[in-house]
Design a protein around this ligand. Structure first.
Ligand code: ASP
Length: 338
């Protein structure tokens, strides 16, 4: 029996066409090209159904509403397919890949998010390999996780980040090894793959909590920080320097953070660095933030921290509970500390 894969085609470069000198989503065109690919009909390939979203989006236009739409789509087709491929633009792919593991609980089948830097319609492209390998991964490897496959690397979704605007190796998960590497062979590192927790698939709705992200920069004004932290803000990912440091000698800046945390705003400190973990105890410039009530995001990506805030507030948790859960590993997004 051929395996069956459901493809949720949300948009992105992979299916775009060049019109008037810019790339744009083109309804129907990806399916037409796939129908012309003999390799997709090979015995080793799964049967697939492709569901094109309306409208097809450049992923720069994605919002949490689309994350829920994808999760609901997986849920609606869950029993009829062996695995799922989500075709997505690369620009916000890491955000969607970070959010879906939180939205989908009890996942027992692979959900592989992919896309490409060059559309399938171009002679030289990375779309063909990303598409074919993702279909193979989704059908023949029982990985009970949301993953991002791109340029030879199979990454845990909630660890992934976009690292290149124009290279084929566009994604990485610097704080967690790839779940798989694809070269001559497809190698899945099963020891790193999370075990299925069993149970029934569930989807968490998102009810528009007010969360935000702010990247520190030299000269950032306390007024700007206060403005960002104004009600009705509930949670903030603070992208700080190095191991989580900020300008502790700027009393107004620290006071702006402290005032907000006292009002119940959850401020999560993530590092601007690609690799490594936040440690607010290492420098005075970090411990001042901790004293102001900022919590550590440890080695979570900013994408995962933002998605997790959306998820936890949508579950209706009070700030204290959100803080507690932000510092626990829920889906493999954070390295558990000894
Ligand atoms: N702007 C495109 C998108 O994110 C880029 C891509 O898919 O590579 O939809």
């Amino acid at each position: 029996m051929r395996k069956r894969v459901y493809i949720a085609y949300t948009g992105g470069t992979i299916g775009m066409q060049r019109t008037r000198d810019v790339y744009q989503p083109a309804p129907g065109s990806l399916q037409a090209q796939m129908a012309e690919m003999p390799e997709l009909r090979h015995d080793s390939m799964p049967a697939y159904t492709i569901h094109e979203y309306t409208p097809l989006l450049d992923s720069s236009n994605m919002t949490p509403r689309e994350w829920v739409k994808i999760a609901r789509d997986v849920e609606a087709n869950y029993d009829r397919y062996d695995g799922f491929v989500v075709l997505h633009g690369t620009d916000t792919m890491a955000y969607t890949a970070s959010a879906l593991p939180f939205l989908l609980s009890g996942l027992r089948k692979p959900v592989i998010i992919t896309g490409s830097q060059i559309p399938l319609c171009e002679i030289r492209n990375d779309a063909r390999e990303n598409l074919i390998t993702s279909l193979m991964l989704a059908s023949s490897y029982a990985i009970p996780e949301v993953c991002l496959y791109f340029g030879g690397k199979l990454l845990r979704g909630c660890r992934a980040t976009k690292v290149s605007a124009d290279g084929f190796a566009a994604f990485d998960s610097p704080n967690f090894p790839p779940l798989g590497n694809v070269g001559i062979d497809i190698e899945v590192h099963w020891d790193l793959v999370r075990k299925s927790r069993g149970g029934k698939l569930g989807v968490q709705e998102l009810n528009s909590p007010v969360v935000s992200a702010l990247r520190l920069f030299p000269g950032i004004s306390p007024e700007l920080v206060r403005n960002v932290l104004r009600p009705p803000l509930q949670g903030l990912v603070l992208e700080a320097y190095g191991v989580g440091n900020g300008p502790d000698q700027n009393a107004d800046f620290i006071a702006a953070l402290a005032d907000a945390t006292q009002r119940g705003v959850v401020i999560v400190d993530c590092t601007q660095c690609l690799e490594g973990t936040v440690d607010l105890a290492e420098y005075a410039a970090g411990s001042a933030l901790a004293q102001a009530g900022v919590i550590s995001g440890y080695d979570m990506t900013a994408e995962a921290a933002l998605a997790k805030l959306y998820y936890l507030f949508s579950r209706g948790f009070a700030p204290e509970r959100v803080k507690k859960e932000m510092q626990r590993d829920l889906r493999g997004e954070m390295t558990v500390r000894a």
